[in-house]
Write a protein that binds this ligand. Structure first.
Ligand SMILES: *[C@@H]1O[C@H](CO)[C@@H](O)[C@H](O)[C@H]1NC(C)=O
Ligand SMILES: *[C@@H]1O[C@H](CO)[C@@H](O)[C@H](O)[C@H]1NC(C)=O
Length: 769
């Protein structure tokens, strides 16, 4: 009796326990499914298909002259190999140097595409604790950016506006952007031009374009698109949609912007949450580190758009993505040859390879935060995750580094500064409170081995003396001023300021234990560097640095005068000699002598140190000294055609090129950078001379357009020069060049810098909520 009772009650109790146990095990099972998979995979042998990506690609192209059965045999082989690779890739990320080496390309032909699978995306490296968007501060700085007073431009400026508007409308119609909308690609150029349409009062065209755009699905790209260029789509599609939304308050545009952004976030799903700049969105091999050869400016290219989107949607995920990239950059400030500057190409994977000896010793599991990965030759390797951006190296030897201030290098710093404005004085480089940090750290150490995220310093104390955006920005600009600014020798007989690119080499001097960083200026010029002036002059206000205005204004004048020398055209690049006399005038006799003496031929660049320009301690033991290489000037690069014909005083192999120019790229006409600088200087200084300069630039641009593109009955098309007249105007002509011209002559309170930031792609985002 009592026994049966006991048994019954036992069963009753057990039942609930059993249910509980089942539930818990199920939960456990699902939660740790990945980890279990991973363990299983480790038990397998470590075979990866040892095919070589290059030779397989050749196989595909050589298919025509091979017997059919051979083909199918190869295809089958390739397919099985790829299947194995795909299986391995589920656990081990690919570490690839650049998109062209990406095995994802191999999979293109074997894409048994599953649309449903593409539509739903499950993150591999989910963020466990999102950084939250800082709340705007009551006591935040008030940004007074624009000049207090402007002269009234009167009728003359009104006339300019109508001329610019007319040219815009003609160009816009010529490009047939709406007509060209197709199901095969996203209409990036059309979106890019939306806000300009709106500003110039083209209501009907704007509404039509919006209608077309709102009917497009942006949750996934059209299937015909293989690769997504993250910074291009971010700048034109996301930036363009947000800007048009800010102006028109059309909610459809915001919805589309959210679709684009949610899709782009997929490219951030990498072990260190640094994005893949070229994103093979359909690829099954989607477990990947960011490419080793990455452009740091492009890594930050979505910053402003993502901040704005978080502000508009109150969702932190966008802000978090942008912030992680900047915090990785922050940990990498002294990784490269010039502190606070970043070489044009760097290794965004942050991987440092662990030698097989160390792996044998088991170090990869203990000290080194190792992650088993697959390299581009499809071999298994172990990567130590440094959480930084690191120098590119060639078999362990650090490569020579190239620094410049081209558009994308600038954007690292301009996005940082503008994010400070957009966040109303909150700093994207700073974490809000200590509690937040500790939570984050706990989260990252809890992560499984292969998803361990070590992007940030781990001790709370490390955050205390974090660099601020202001400090990072100012230090970088100081280096630009000290190292990159130069005066060229030109026929202008004037000391103008331009920005050169730099090459660096490092040497350790064992005697003194000093690290010598040898800097060589290339004395080159690109017009896209002119927009650095707009960053400097804006920075002078945002971070309170009045002397930057002079520098910006000298740089802009330099760009303008150089354009004048070329009749209003802009050579894509230009190599010159440095100024050697008081008025920097060009001495043709001296030049001929030197050229014919072979001075410009490449010689062995053994050098002696001439000037110490900057000393600092990286750590106690080693002092870093930055020096200019003794050999400066064009002789540092190898050119074959620097011989002058003494009779005609012309370059022998290129008589068209002026004698003071050592090398020159094709001429352009439509680029926005010079007028962008002029526009910023006008709005910020209020000096009428900038409008005068802008007027001159517009006139020469139109004259040139008419000259090179004359058609019947005075009808002319807007074409860029350097594609031999066949090239259509690029998207920037409408989204930037004409926009800056227009705003230069508009009422200065219209879209004021006190209320808006302009993205690098020329789109505006309001700094007030
Ligand atoms: C700008 O140019 C003026 C005149 O050439 C010169 O006096 C001044 O030092 C320059 N400023 C900077 C910051 O380069
Ligand atoms: C040209 O101007 C720059 C900046 O103002 C100055 O540093 C440099 O010494 C000047 N060069 C000459 C030759 O006067």
């Amino acid at each position: 009796m009592s026994l049966t009772k006991l048994v019954r009650s036992c069963i009753r109790r057990l039942r609930s326990v059993v249910i509980l146990v089942i539930t818990v095990s199920l939960l456990f099972y699902y939660t740790f499914e990945n980890e279990l998979d991973m363990l299983n995979s480790k038990a397998e042998n470590e075979y990866t298909p040892s095919i070589n990506a290059g030779s397989r690609l050749e196989d595909k192209s050589g298919v025509l002259d091979v017997q059919r059965d051979v083909i199918s045999e190869r295809t089958r082989l390739l397919a099985t190999d790829l299947k194995v690779l795909h299986e391995k890739n589920r656990y081990f990320p690919l570490l690839v140097s650049e998109p062209s080496k990406d095995p994802s390309k191999l999979l293109e032909t074997f894409n048994d595409l599953n649309l449903n699978a593409l539509g739903t995306y499950r993150e591999r490296y989910p963020v466990l604790n999102e950084a939250s968007l800082p709340v705007s501060r009551e006591d935040g700085p008030e940004f007074r950016i624009q000049s207090e007073s402007f002269e009234d431009g009167g009728l003359e400026d009104a006339e300019m506006l109508s001329k610019i508007r007319e040219l815009f409308v003609n160009s816009w119609s010529q490009q047939e952007l709406i007509e060209k909308v197709s199901e095969y690609d996203w209409p990036l150029s059309l979106i890019d031009s939306l806000d300009s349409l709106y500003m110039m009062g083209q209501v009907e065209k704007f509404d039509n374009a919006v209608k077309v755009i709102c009917n497009i699905d942006f949750t996934l790209p059209p299937l015909s698109v293989e690769i997504i260029d993250l910074s291009d789509v971010g700048s034109r599609a996301l930036g363009g949609l947000l800007s048009a939304y800010e102006l028109s308050m059309n909610n459809g545009l915001l919805e589309k912007a959210i679709e684009v952004a949610n899709f782009l976030l997929r490219a951030f799903d990498t072990p260190n949450r640094v994005p893949l700049l070229q994103y093979f969105w359909k690829s099954k091999l989607n477990n990947k580190f960011p490419y080793k050869n990455s452009d740091v400016g492009h890594l930050t290219s979505l910053t402003l758009e993502f901040i704005k989107l978080s502000q508009l949607t109150h969702k932190n995920k966008y802000y978090d993505a942008a912030q992680r990239v900047y915090r990785t950059i922050l940990s990498s400030l002294d990784e490269f040859d010039l502190e606070h500057l970043f070489p044009v190409q760097l290794d965004a994977s942050g991987c440092s390879l662990i030698s097989s000896d160390k792996v044998q010793e088991g170090k990869h599991l203990t000290d080194l935060n190792g992650m088993k990965s697959i390299d581009e030759n499809l071999q298994l390797i172990h990567c130590q995750q440094t959480g930084k951006l690191v120098s590119l190296s060639d078999n362990g030897v650090r490569c020579e580094q190239l620094f410049n201030m081209d558009a994308s290098s600038q954007s690292t710093f301009s996005n940082l500064m503008k994010s400070y404005q957009l966040l109303q004085g909150n700093d994207i480089l700073q974490i809000i409170d200590d509690q937040h940090i500790t939570k984050q750290d706990r989260a990252s150490s809890f992560d499984g081995e292969n998803t361990k995220f070590q992007g940030f310093p781990t001790k709370v104390g490390d955050f205390r003396d974090l660099h601020s955006s202001k400090q990072v920005f100012l230090k970088a600009m100081e280096s630009v001023k000290d190292l990159m600014a130069f005066s060229p020798s030109t026929p202008l007989n004037e000391n103008i300021t331009l920005i050169s690119s730099l090459k660096t080499k490092r040497r350790v001097s064992p005697a003194t234990n000093e690290l010598h960083v040898e800097v060589t200026r290339n004395y080159d010029m690109k017009f896209e560097r002119c927009s650095l002036a707009s960053i400097l002059v804006l920075g002078s206000k945002v971070f309170g640095k009045p002397d930057y205005i002079n520098f910006a204004s000298n740089l802009t004048s330099g760009c303008f005068q150089l354009m004048q020398l070329f009749g209003g055209l802009q050579p894509s690049e230009l190599y010159m000699d440095p100024c050697e006399n008081t008025d920097c005038s060009f001495d043709s006799k001296l030049k001929m002598e030197r050229a014919n003496d072979g001075l410009y031929y490449h010689t062995d660049s053994s050098s002696t140190d001439i000037a110490v320009i900057n000393g600092k301690n990286t750590n106690e033991a080693q002092q870093t000294i930055v020096i200019f290489a003794a050999k400066q000037g064009p002789s540092i690069y190898e050119v074959g055609d620097l011989e002058v014909d003494v009779q005609s005083k012309q370059w022998k192999n290129d008589p068209q090129r002026p004698l003071w120019v050592n090398k020159m790229g094709p001429m352009g006409l439509l680029a926005p950078n010079a007028i962008e600088a002029v526009f910023y200087l006008y709005r910020i200084t209020g000096d009428t001379k900038w409008r005068t300069m802008g007027r001159e630039m517009f006139k020469t641009t139109v004259d040139n357009l008419q000259n090179v593109n004359v058609g019947a009955k005075g009808v002319w098309k807007v074409n860029e020069l350097h594609e031999n007249g066949h090239g259509l105007a690029s998207s920037v002509w409408l989204s930037q060049t004409l926009k800056y011209f227009y705003l230069l002559f508009s009422d200065s309170s219209y879209l004021s810098f006190d209320e808006y930031v302009f993205t690098a792609g020329g789109h505006l985002l309001s700094t007030t909520e």
